[in-house]
Design a protein around this ligand. Structure first.
Ligand SMILES: NC(=O)c1ccc[n+]([C@@H]2O[C@H](COP(=O)([O-])OP(=O)(O)OC[C@H]3O[C@@H](n4cnc5c(N)ncnc54)[C@H](O)[C@@H]3O)[C@@H](O)[C@H]2O)c1
Length: 321
């Protein structure tokens, strides 16, 4: 983390729905002394900075907020990237991936030109691949380039299990792992309510069975589609998930969060980013937590990783040379 000054600066690139939900959440929770908003649409960034500043009188602590540019990244501790194009009608996922790779490359090059030497937190989709692009283009150690990964998916899982069992989601312990997308999975043998394994609860209770667990997983997996159908975009949940990751870094929390991390042999996978539990500190990813997956879950992890790698080879690597 930057030692250039004793104030903590977060720069947000992309002041759309996701970026501003993060900014609003960070302002309400506190944690950074400075927040800089950067967007292609400078007017929008300026309006957003004005609007947030007008809430300062009600915030837990002082925060300097302004609309800036890439030169502000030089002194930043963290740059959060939520910029990117959405999928256009008729556009394939591969097309979108190629388009966002080019956008991300140009953003990261401008950030690095400022002398930035902090930690990246990426949420732009497809997030596992955009985090890979950020690491490749920045050349920073992989431990300092973190994707939001399955932090949001994991929060959705905890909410839905808690809701089903009428238990506080903070007492539900489990993870959604792998791609932030259709090939994600839940290692149910590593899922607990309080300290009780959820599979024991399935054995004991009438109101929970394996079919219902599968339905809960499918509802988590399809949550973004369900929300987008109703309100066109999802943003509050991811805004709070990003705040959680940023605060874990700024406060050196050593928290375990399901971020997108570069695998270097863990789970038998190597060379791409994917959602996995990892310990988050002021230096970024201290370590990937490698769960002892059973054969079925290991096969899901391998499949998800292979899919991500194939997409990177087809529609990302060609734009990185
Ligand atoms: N990781 C997750 O869990 C998660 C969840 C929801 C959304 N997302 C993703 O977050 C991203 C943003 O979503 P949104 O709803 O906020 O979209 P949005 O369209 O509201 O905002 C995108 C912003 O990026 C800006 N932008 C585009 N190109 C830019 C560039 N080259 N430089 C600087 N700014 C640029 C736009 O001007 C806009 O303000 C999308 O990729 C979306 O898929 C991720």
């Amino acid at each position: 983390m930057s030692t250039k000054k004793n104030v903590r600066r977060v720069v947000l690139v992309g002041t759309g729905f996701v970026g501003m939900s993060f900014a609003y959440s960070l302002l309400n929770q506190g944690g950074a002394e400075e927040l800089v908003l950067v967007d292609l649409d400078k007017n929008k960034a300026e309006g957003e900075a004005m609007d947030l500043n007008h809430g300062l009188a009600f915030a837990p602590r002082k925060m300097r907020i302004w609309a800036g540019d890439y030169s502000d990244c030089g002194d930043a501790d963290i740059v959060v990237i939520t910029a990117g194009a959405a999928q256009a009608p008729g556009e394939t996922r591969l097309d979108l991936c190629a388009k966002n790779t080019k956008i991300m490359r140009s953003i990261v090059e401008q950030i690095m030109a400022s002398g930035f030497d902090g930690i990246f937190v990426v949420a732009s989709n497809p997030v596992d691949i955009m985090t890979y692009v950020t690491q490749k283009v920045s050349g920073l150690p992989a431990s300092r380039v973190i994707g939001s990964g399955t932090t949001l998916d994991t929060a959705r899982l905890r909410f839905m299990i808690g809701d089903h069992l009428n238990v506080d989601p903070r007492n539900v312990h489990g993870y959604i792992m792998a791609e932030h997308g259709d090939s994600s999975f839940v290692p149910w043998t590593h899922t607990y309510v309080g300290t009780k394994p959820i599979l024991e609860i399935v054995d004991e209770r009438e109101d929970l069975d394996l079919g219902q667990l599968q339905t809960i997983y499918e509802n988590v997996r399809d949550a973004a589609y369900a929300i987008i159908e109703r309100k066109k975009a999802t943003y509050y949940g991811i805004g709070m998930a990003l705040t959680r990751v940023v605060r874990a870094i700024l406060n050196d929390e050593h928290s375990i969060l399901t971020v997108s991390a570069l695998l270097e042999g863990q789970y038998g996978c190597e060379g791409a980013y994917i959602g996995t539990p990892a310990v988050i500190t002021r230096d970024g990813i201290q370590e990937v937590v490698e769960l002892d997956l059973n054969a079925v879950d290991q096969a899901k992890m391998t499949k998800s990783f292979t899919t991500l790698k194939a997409t990177i080879e087809a529609s990302t690597d060609p734009y990185l040379d």
